[in-house]
Design a binder for this molecule. Structure first.
Ligand code: 4AD
Ligand code: MG
Length: 427
């Protein structure tokens, strides 16, 4: 008999089926046993009575034992997913010891047992949403003629500030784990012009927040000849596209996670836009917060702003002096950059950071020096401005931040299979 997934068996709805999976729950008496089996697609209740030749096998089953089942499926309103299989053949594939994960375990315990908890319905649902997010990002840019270009992970320079660099022993030298693909993307646009990547990034974040990971996935794009308006439009469009894809493909997962789909359906372009200065004015007027120009927006300020929006907000024109060295100053608004952060609704924080890139060598050197860097270490990067420089722009999207928002997660750690933070690097 050919195996089908539990979902395919339920779609068939009647007749003989063969499924395989893991014991999710079991209960019963000495006459009848109900075994709920799960696979990647769904769960289903299976039933067997004491007169059956496989009754002893059924009695021996414990949570997470792996099984193969053949039987007759039919609709049953009382069953957890509306269908039930009457077992004709039950085969135990792998026994299971006493499963350590029971109801109401602490988040720390679940992180210690992550290698087992990863099979939970919650994390499986989150990973399915993440799959859609990654696929939608790829599809969006491939459709627009962008090439996928993976980055080097071992890099000699910082991109996003020296304080969060992870140092690696590199033979007899030291080197860093990638904070971003960007500097290499800026080199590659001279050949491919329009590129993207989805890659792990590493940041030695010292903050213990529900939004920061030490290792996370960033989806980035970079384009030659793109100006700031083009960049902003692209960021807005891709986020709307990703959200609608997830609504289309992952209704079941969103429901399991307790997310309100009707709210996500409204996430369509255009998104509201404000400059950093306008945000400061809003914080002062509506929240009584007096933030001085030149201070970065912290988590608490971002959360206060987002109380006033139910779509992502695009904040532009942050002060030049607090920005990464490569962001271009806006000649029309001196002291501020042609840059954007996109903030997610409901306190999920910054999901995108991007900018027009500075193409002026002297101004790049000045910014590097101001951040304590030696411009000589970036001479290769300056070459990109020496040989046929063009206007260009790009951004990075924090994949786990987007997933945490769409899945309504309490903590970003559940948006990645094996989270790494300052206090957690096992299993
Ligand atoms: O704003 P960031 O630092 O921008 C860059 O790295 C640019 N070089 C990207 C580019 O222009 N190509 O990071 C981009 C996004 C943030 O908006 C945030 O969503 C996410 O990456 N991010 C993190 N996500 C989880 N944990 C962390 N520690 C993160 N740091 C940044
Ligand atoms: Mg940022």
């Amino acid at each position: 008999m050919k195996f089908m997934s539990i979902q395919e068996a339920m779609d068939k709805g009647k007749g003989k089926v063969s499924i395989r999976g893991w014991v999710y729950r079991e209960r019963g008496s000495n006459k009848l046993k109900f075994i709920v089996v799960r696979d990647a697609s769904n769960i289903i209740q299976c039933v067997i009575d004491s007169g059956h030749r496989d009754w002893e096998v059924a009695k021996s089953l414990s949570i997470e034992a792996s099984v193969e089942i053949t039987g007759t499926i039919k609709e049953d309103k009382r069953a957890p997913t509306g269908y039930e299989i009457h077992i004709e053949n039950l085969n135990l594939v792998g026994e299971s010891d006493t499963y350590p994960i029971t109801k109401d375990q602490s988040p720390e315990f679940l992180l210690d047992k992550r290698h087992l908890w990863i099979r939970s319905r919650k994390l499986t649902a989150v990973m399915k949403v993440k799959h859609t997010v990654l696929q939608a990002f790829r599809e969006f840019y491939i459709e627009k003629g962008f090439f996928e270009m993976p980055p080097p992970i071992l890099q000699p320079n910082q991109c996003e500030g020296g304080s969060t660099l992870f140092e690696v022993k590199y033979y007899k030298q030291k080197i860093f784990l990638s904070q971003s693909w960007q500097l290499y993307a800026e080199a590659a646009i001279f050949g491919l012009e329009k590129i993207f990547c989805i890659s792990p990034c590493f940041r030695a974040e010292r903050s213990k927040t529900s939004r920061h990971l030490s290792e996370f996935m960033m989806a980035e794009m970079e384009s030659a000849w793109m100006d700031f308006d083009g960049l902003t439009g692209s960021a807005e469009e891709v986020v709307a596209f990703i959200v609608q894809r997830v609504v289309e493909k992952n209704a079941a997962e969103l429901e399991l996670l307790g997310q309100d789909i009707s709210k996500l359906k409204k996430i369509k372009a255009p998104f509201p836009r404000m400059t950093y200065r306008e945000v400061l004015a809003l914080l002062k007027e509506k929240e009584g917060l007096d933030i001085k120009f030149g201070k970065d927006l912290r988590t608490i300020e971002e959360d206060k702003i987002m109380k006033h929006f139910d779509k992502p907000l695009i904040v532009t024109h942050y002060p030049k002096e607090i920005m990464a060295f490569y962001k271009q100053e806006d000649p029309k608004k001196p002291g501020t950059c042609l840059c954007l952060d996109m903030l997610a609704p409901e306190g999920y924080g910054e999901i995108i950071g991007g900018s027009q890139r500075d193409t002026d060598i002297e101004s790049l050197k000045k910014s590097l020096k101001a951040q304590g860097e030696d411009p000589k270490d970036y001479d290769w990067y300056m070459d990109l401005r020496r040989f046929g420089s063009v206007p260009h722009a790009g951004y990075g999207l924090g994949v786990e931040r987007v997933v945490a928002w769409l899945c309504k997660l309490d903590n970003i750690k559940d948006a990645i299979p094996f989270p790494r933070t300052m206090l957690r690097w096992t299993p």
